[in-house]
Design a protein around this ligand. Structure first.
Ligand code: NOJ
Length: 777
């Protein structure tokens, strides 16, 4: 370990000790989170001269106006609330930001009112949920996660930023980096899946893509890491519910992507709607000011979620709106998204407690500083060039990038007897399932300015890619949310008349997403019935699973000859699927979350602790398992097949100056070019507390020609084995660490071990740290 690292670690331990009145061991899980106290970090004293001047000139009312974010429309009805009365509010300085607005021209007019007609001339901040594309819609985030493609994640975010910025926007509420191990939760579609290492890498790539190197460049936008801190762990998988989790889970599983985003320089974060161990995140000063700002050094600003400050009364932690205003501001929530509690009730809270004035200045200073960083004071109109807007939206190269990422997001779960790829030869295919023609579903949840008309449906993609020699018939069968099964006879007839079937089943876009939690993650009944009828024809069936979450599909997995998860793939869904089906590209997506066998198995992760009685297949033994299903997931985290095979050599372990170099040779032993996602896992077999039986610590997606070999070397540091002690305090224990390299969490191909000689203390979550990878050809 380097001396510099030691010094920083030591100083952070001291900071951490100052935060806690008692030692970590005196500080049981839950108690620390539940305190909800602010450590009242000082307002940064280093405001620019402009921000300092504004703060000295603005009235309390004008300052409060800056903290108010108003809705400029409903999410699908942008700008509709920008009435003459609303413009007067802008002139009076009553609004700091709008969401649900867009368009270079209308937003320029609005910005001119703020800049040229309000007393302080402070520009507005325009925001939108640009989550997986603006007009060019990319695969939904859980699909993108399945690509394990850092460059692809960054490119998608960069293109999204270019389009959004050309359309007058400065700020996106993305990336959504909530870890979730519970596919009942509908918002699992919006994030990077179940693993904190994978989630942290995806968070960093997206922040870099959105924000670029220069936020004032005019083609970059401010990112928001959301929803801080454990929104993905609601009880029962029901959206908005309590995350009743341990301090360890919070810090080891849910917070690392937020730490990684902080290190990447994310400009803003959004607090989650829910509470953690009874403390609503919108009022959790310990987490926001204590952990995020003091321990991690986050210097961005915090926005509440929609109406969440007012909802502190529903949570039962505030009696009045004035109480809610004081609680949220003290906790460090700088901007109020739409509840208007700050703009209407904060003044009364300040009158009752003038000490809040310091918090007000702190929040306003932050917002002005970020408006300044975006270049809004100096060049407020560079986001409003209509020619650029016309050229950027859905530009041809953006579509190419969307297709490429869509191809890389598709996961081949099963391929018996090389059913895939399909040969382009004389014969016939029946495409069956209404989802095949449902273009809208391919846009998924959060579609910004995406339009169904821009989407090439799966059906059109298959037809186009099949070429002239093949006959492609289509029958809808049944739609996911319908109980109308009258299309079944036609679907069966089409299957019977064809040589093979591509059966497209699953969920439509409105079955996952916000407030779309499901108690049963089986296929919707119409889809199951359709599948059973088609399997009964005895034709070779390739199932394409359209979905925003893992589904429990044991029958489909058994009956299908080949099974692809296509998720929701964006505007280029059809070409991407077609090119995979017909073998123009080999699939290489990998699951970012386990597929369980039944809903009863969730929440579920590949990375559980072994327990004292680890699960054993023998039911005669009393072990950590269900009686009524096998101990394995249906498909495990990291799983995904290709149209080729890969051989792994032995692992070579070498000590380096910073840690360990763990390498393997991977060879494409098949007869076609294909990608392999080489995955590094670790296990700490004996520690002071129980550790997961396996944990991801690195990955690399490599493309190999037939017969080609490549050496993949992972550089692991001791800090990446650290165990949570207390916020900002991570303990590296001396001892043996098992390291594993393989093709999935359940397909380990090479093993080794490292010895950590000296115990060390660090400050960062182990999974938030990047494993550097070398690829040597
Ligand atoms: C509520 C959602 O939870 C959040 O993710 C989103 O950014 C806001 N609404 C704004 O649309």
């Amino acid at each position: 370990m380097s001396a510099a690292w030691m010094t920083r670690a030591a100083s952070l331990v001291m900071v951490s000790a100052g935060l806690w009145a008692c030692s970590p061991s005196d500080n049981p899980a839950g108690q620390t989170i539940a305190e909800g106290q602010s450590s009242a970090s000082e307002a940064p004293s280093a405001w620019s001269p402009r921000v300092t001047r504004l703060l000295s000139e603005m009235s309390v009312e004008a300052k409060i106006g800056q903290l108010h974010q108003a809705a400029g429309g409903r999410s699908r009805n942008l700008n509709s609330r920008l009435t003459p009365e609303e413009l007067d509010r802008v002139r009076e300085g009553g609004v700091g930001s709008y969401l649900h607005v867009a368009g270079a021209e209308p937003l320029e007019a609005l910005q001119r009112v703020a800049v040229e007609e309000s007393e302080h001339g402070i520009p507005l901040l325009f925001a939108m949920d640009v989550v997986h594309g603006y007009r060019t819609i990319f695969p939904v985030p859980i699909a993108m996660a399945a690509s394990w493609d850092e460059a692809g994640w960054e490119e998608a975010a960069r293109i999204s930023a270019e389009e959004a910025a050309a359309s007058g926007l400065h700020w996106t509420f993305a990336p959504m980096i909530d870890i979730s191990r519970d596919p009942r939760w509908g918002r699992i579609v919006e994030g990077g899946g179940s693993d904190p290492y994978l989630g942290s890498r995806m968070a960093v790539a997206q922040v870099n893509g959105y924000q670029g190197a220069d936020l004032a460049a005019g083609d970059t936008i401010l990112a928001t890491a959301k929803h801080f801190g454990a929104y993905g762990a609601p009880t029962g998988g029901r959206d908005y519910g309590t995350a009743d989790i341990s301090e360890r889970s919070l810090h080891e599983i849910y917070l690392p992507p937020f730490h990684a985003a902080t290190q990447a320089g994310v400009g803003s974060m959004m607090t989650a709607f829910n509470d953690i161990a009874s403390v609503p995140s919108t009022a959790n000063g310990h987490l926001i000011e204590g952990v995020l700002r003091d321990e991690w050094g986050f210097d961005g600003f915090i926005v509440s979620d929609w109406n969440a400050i007012a909802e502190l009364m529903n949570h039962g932690v505030a009696e009045t709106r004035t109480d809610a205003a004081a609680l949220a501001l003290e906790a460090g929530v700088d901007m109020d998204m739409t509840s208007a509690v700050y703009v209407q009730d904060l003044a009364a809270a300040i009158e009752a407690d003038p000490a809040l004035l310091a918090a007000l200045d702190r929040s306003v200073g932050r917002l002005l500083a970020w408006k300044e960083a975006l270049g809004l004071f100096d060049t407020p109109y560079i986001y409003h060039d209509t020619d650029r807007e016309a050229a950027e939206l859905l530009a041809p190269d953006h579509r190419v990038a969307a297709r490429r990422l869509a191809e890389r997001s598709i996961v081949l779960l099963k391929n018996d007897n090389n059913t895939l790829p399909l040969a382009r030869e004389a014969g016939s295919i029946a495409v069956i399932g209404q989802l095949a023609e449902d273009a809208s579903t391919q846009l998924g949840s959060w579609r910004a300015q995406g339009r169904p008309d821009d989407v090439v449906s799966l059906l059109d993609g298959i037809r186009h890619e099949a070429g002239d020699a093949m006959a492609v018939s289509y029958a809808a069968g049944a739609a996911p949310r319908s109980d109308d099964m009258s299309g079944l006879p036609d679907a069966i007839a089409a299957a019977e008349a064809a040589d093979r079937v591509v059966l497209v089943i699953g969920e439509d876009y409105d079955l996952s997403g916000e407030a779309r939690s499901r108690s049963d993650i089986a296929l919707p009944p119409s889809q199951q019935a359709l599948a059973e009828a088609i399997f009964a024809t005895g034709k070779p069936v390739t199932v394409v699973l359209v979905s925003g979450r893992p589904l429990a599909i044991p029958r489909v997995a058994e009956e299908a000859d080949a099974l692809l998860v296509s998720w929701m793939l964006g505007v280029e869904a059809g070409p991407a699927l077609g090119r995979i089906l017909f073998g123009d590209v080999s699939p290489a997506g990998r699951l970012p979350v386990n597929f369980p066998r039944a809903t009863g198995a969730v929440p579920f992760t590949y990375s559980e602790n072994p327990g004292g009685r680890p699960a054993h297949p023998d039911l005669e033994r009393d072990t950590n398992r269900y009686m009524d299903q096998p101990i394995t997931p249906l498909f495990p985290f990291g799983h995904g097949l290709a149209y080729s095979q890969f051989e792994y050599g032995e692992m070579e372990v070498r000590e380096t100056q910073t840690g360990y170099r763990l390498s393997v040779t991977v060879r494409n032993s098949g007869d076609r070019e294909a990608d392999e996602v080489v995955q590094l896992y670790m296990r700490d077999p004996v520690a002071r507390v129980a550790r997961p039986r396996i944990e991801l610590r690195g990955f690399e997606r490599v493309t190999l020609a037939p017969g080609e070999s490549v050496e993949v070397a992972f550089h692991l540091t001791p800090a990446q084995t650290a165990i949570f002690q207390a916020p900002g305090r991570w303990q590296v224990e001396a001892g043996r660490i098992e390291v594993m390299i393989g093709a999935s969490s359940a397909d380990i191909r090479a093993r080794g071990e490292i010895q950590i000689v000296e115990a060390q203390t660090g400050s960062a979550p182990a999974t938030a740290l990047e494993t550097r990878v070398e690829v040597i050809r």
